[in-house]
Design a protein around this ligand. Structure first.
Ligand code: GSH
Length: 207
């Protein structure tokens, strides 16, 4: 099984975490999005990372890949069995991918990607607006949702993977959740990112 994409990507990290939780061996190919490698292009029609090649079965999109892995390697389960818990797990996966990622990634884009990978200057005004105006409403919502170590069903799963993953990029940009204002969220993020599976994913090759 081959997984394409640098571990700097929050979406690639989601898959690496799930593979580590399930103890599945993978050949990790840490390329960047839109890499011209024809095997990667075949696996990812839009050129986005991650993409999977499982013995010729090609699949793109972190959530699609994780649902595939869940059926193929059911233990430990990353999705809960109960109807309400399953609905909430999918909600948090969607929230992480489409609402948290686009905002949490901004400081990383400005402070890490632009100066180090794109030869462009960092715009600190974008970072300040993100931290001061855009993140608080998302943090307020998450703070109200957190009631323990995990988001859904009292056990680690896809909801936690998807919500926590982009917080690592925030950390790489030198920012953390203000524990004075959002104590539950700050403790939750720290706890999830310290799991062995997240440590393994974070340590995986970046390029
Ligand atoms: N819905 C996709 C999103 C993947 C994605 O946007 N990955 C980024 C890297 S973090 C990418 O490849 N961006 C290139 C682009 O948007 O063209 C998933 O869950 O895998």
């Amino acid at each position: 099984m081959k997984l394409y994409g640098t571990s700097l990507s929050p979406f690639v990290r989601k898959v690496l975490v799930v593979l580590a939780e399930k103890g599945v061996e993978v050949q990790h190919v840490p390329l960047r999005f839109h890499d011209p490698d024809p095997r990667f292009q075949a696996a990812s029609p839009l050129g986005k990372i991650p993409a999977l090649d499982d013995d010729g079965f090609l699949l793109a999109d972190s959530s699609a890949i994780i649902h595939y892995l869940e059926r193929k390697h059911p233990e430990p389960a990353m999705l809960p069995a109960g109807a309400q818990d399953l609905g909430r797990a999918i909600w948090f996966d969607e929230l992480g991918d489409t609402e948290l990622f686009p905002v949490l990634i901004k400081p990383f884009v400005q402070r890490v990607m632009r100066p180090k990978m794109m030869n462009q200057p960092c715009d600190e005004a974008v970072v300040a607006k993100c931290i001061g105006e855009e993140l608080p409403r998302l943090y307020d919502y998450l703070e109200a949702q957190i009631d323990g170590d995990f988001l859904v069903g009292g056990t680690f799963g896809l909801a936690d993977v998807s919500v926590a993953t982009s917080f690592h990029n925030l950390r790489l940009a030198g920012e953390t959740v203000d524990a004075g204002r959002w104590p539950r969220l700050a403790a939750y993020v720290t706890g999830i990112l310290e799991r062995p599976s997240f440590r393994t994913a974070i340590a995986a090759r970046q390029g």
